[in-house]
Design a protein around this ligand. Structure first.
Ligand code: IMP
Length: 202
């Protein structure tokens, strides 16, 4: 295998099948081979002890880049609700401690009677090399917290995240559209813009 081919194999450091699906769809047609942790039989979890989305993305990408000696991308993402002082933010995954459905219910309860329903999804993506060099990308998409859950598509907070542009929740939105406008899509588009340069200069 020559150097360029080796460089174009990228490990996606996530156990979330939905996220991996999104990564694959966003990278469709792009000359990189995405490998998942499941493909490598790696079930390790990295404790997200960083104080920002970027710190947590780097922690995960660096750990797996070193462990598997592969270029690795990892993301850390979540929902930031203005009226809740930015919560749940980096604690989005463990907000209720009881999973996605309870996370959504908790936000709906806390937002009862509030006029300001502005929120955004935020994603930080880190692409790290086994030598410790990292590149960071971020993306954000704005919306409102709906009054109730709606839609069956997507995952996580999608049923309560209302897009003013499309007049529906992210869980009602066609996945092709979500994968064009999402926080992760925006961050990944930025990564894709630089990817050739990054790989060429390593
Ligand atoms: P982590 O990035 O895997 O640590 O978790 C992020 C948290 O935010 C999880 O609770 C996800 O369900 C949620 N989240 C991240 N991206 C999205 C999205 O695109 N839609 C809905 N929820 C998301």
């Amino acid at each position: 295998m020559d150097k360029v081919e080796t460089m174009r194999k990228i490990l996606v450091a996530s156990h979330n099948a939905n996220k991996i699906k999104e990564f694959r769809s966003i990278f469709k047609g792009y000359p990189v081979e995405l490998v998942s942790l499941a493909d490598l039989g790696d079930k390790a979890e990295v404790i997200e002890k960083g104080m920002s989305f970027k710190d947590n993305a780097r922690l995960k990408a660096l750990y797996f880049a070193r462990k598997h000696d592969m270029i690795t991308v990892a993301d850390d993402s979540g929902i930031v609700v203005e009226a809740l002082d930015g919560q749940p933010g980096i604690y989005s995954a463990r907000y209720s401690g009881k999973g996605d459905m309870q996370n959504n219910q908790k936000i709906l309860r806390e937002m009862e009677g509030r006029d300001n329903r502005k929120a955004h999804f935020f994603a930080a993506i880190a692409l790290c090399f086994p030598d410790g060099t990292c590149h960071d990308y971020t993306g954000r998409v704005d919306g409102l917290i709906a009054k109730e859950e709606k839609g069956e598509k997507g995952f996580g907070y999608d049923p309560i995240f209302y897009s003013e542009t499309y007049q529906m929740t992210f869980a009602e939105l066609d996945s092709k559209i979500k994968n064009k406008i999402s926080h992760r899509a925006i961050a990944l588009a930025r990564l894709k813009e630089e990817l050739d340069d990054i790989l060429d200069h390593q």
